[in-house]
Design a protein around this ligand. Sequence first.
Ligand SMILES: Nc1ncnc2c1ncn2[C@@H]1O[C@H](COP(=O)(O)OP(=O)(O)OP(=O)(O)O)[C@@H](O)[C@H]1O
Ligand code: NI
Length: 427
Amino acid sequence: MAEDLLRVRNLSTRFFTEDGQVNAVESVDFDVRDGEVFGIVGESGSGKSVTALSVIDLVESPGRITSGEIWYRNPDLAEEVREDNPDAVDGDFVDVRRVPENVRRALRGPSFSTIFQDPMSSLNPSLTVGEQIAEAVEVQRRARSNPRSTRSRTQGFGLGNLLTSTLLPSQGYVSDESRAEAIELLEQVGIPDPAERAEEYPHEFSGGMLQRAMIAQALAGEPDLLIADEPTTALDVTIQAQILDLLRDLQEDTGMSIVMITHNLGVIARMCDRVGVMYAGEVVERGTLEDVFDDPVHPYTQGLLGSIPDLDDPAPRLQPIEGNVPDLYDAEMENRCYFADRCPKAMEECLHKPPEFDTETGESREDFADRAASDHGAKCYLAQHEYDPSQALPEGYFGSGTDEAKSASGTARGDAASEDEEVSADD
Ligand SMILES: Nc1ncnc2c1ncn2[C@@H]1O[C@H](COP(=O)(O)OP(=O)(O)OP(=O)(O)O)[C@@H](O)[C@H]1O
Ligand code: NI
């Protein structure tokens, strides 16, 4: 079995808004192994993007990581920070939350890189594609040779924008070497005539080609982990498939790991080795693709999988489940299974928050220090025992009925009102 590259433990991220505290990510655990594609899937608003942003420390105010550990396996880094930050090191792993900020920031690019749905969030319209990829190459090279000096260089969202706007000459190539490397990268991501295309501006590229250019930029630092947040959602289906194949090929060539965030179960099925299903800020089920797709335990996963549309199907991606993702205001979150109000198998015990159970043994694996018996876990009592209809919650318990029942159960915000929103969960 491949080794873990990343171990995320008990990660929680909150937004402290004027309307109250939003528990966007709640006690999330997952691992990403060497050279695998790990999928994160779930309806809109389930916390996928905030989880990714938390890993790369790009959560913006009023958001903040409030707890958790993010262990990244990197022997060189472990060596480098061990003396000053002994608590941050465990063998070859470094808890990136416990290293100084400049060290953590320096990981963006050479260790963790990102691609998003919108290539223009990472590409600068006023520079040629080649110039800005060359600059990414150059910056990563400098970062590698002096990791502690990169504070201002890798700061901010869209690495590319920042690099191109603030720190290097704004026109032209830094060196022939980086130019050559940029052209090589463009070739690697399947852009034909890369030397000519390098001289063009982003607006001269088609959507698919722009996506490839953004991937080239993201690969400039030779990252260990590429986080891809809905990378193909905006593209038409043929191009989508090409980009996904490209990512898979690049993953195999480089040995990097990919975290693939998507609404699209077809994308997960096509790309991923292992998968985590998110609901209301939690990873409610995780395991190998086969575990989760062939043998789902959580009724939420079962609901999502109700139909698996294939990639050629441009229709909505997830099976609609009646009801809504809660909006995650702390004041409205009860200490119960968050899915219980939509769950066809909700039982009385679901009014207490379930721990994560190992689906093989049915035992709680809350204490992740001892590695679980199987790789397949679910935060649902049905992983522990069979559904017991005699324990079923009475119909209307969560207030699809009277207002009184509604306020009694505390599910405050529009269960029915925005029902159609989640169906088209593909923004
Ligand atoms: N800047 C912010 N301020 C307040 N709340 C936020 C902010 N950013 C995200 N959230 C909240 O965090 C929760 C998780 O959002 P997130 O973007 O991670 O969902 P997602 O699963 O990526 O959804 P989508 O599939 O639509 O991209 C949501 O309830 C969202 O409203
Ligand atoms: Ni998102």
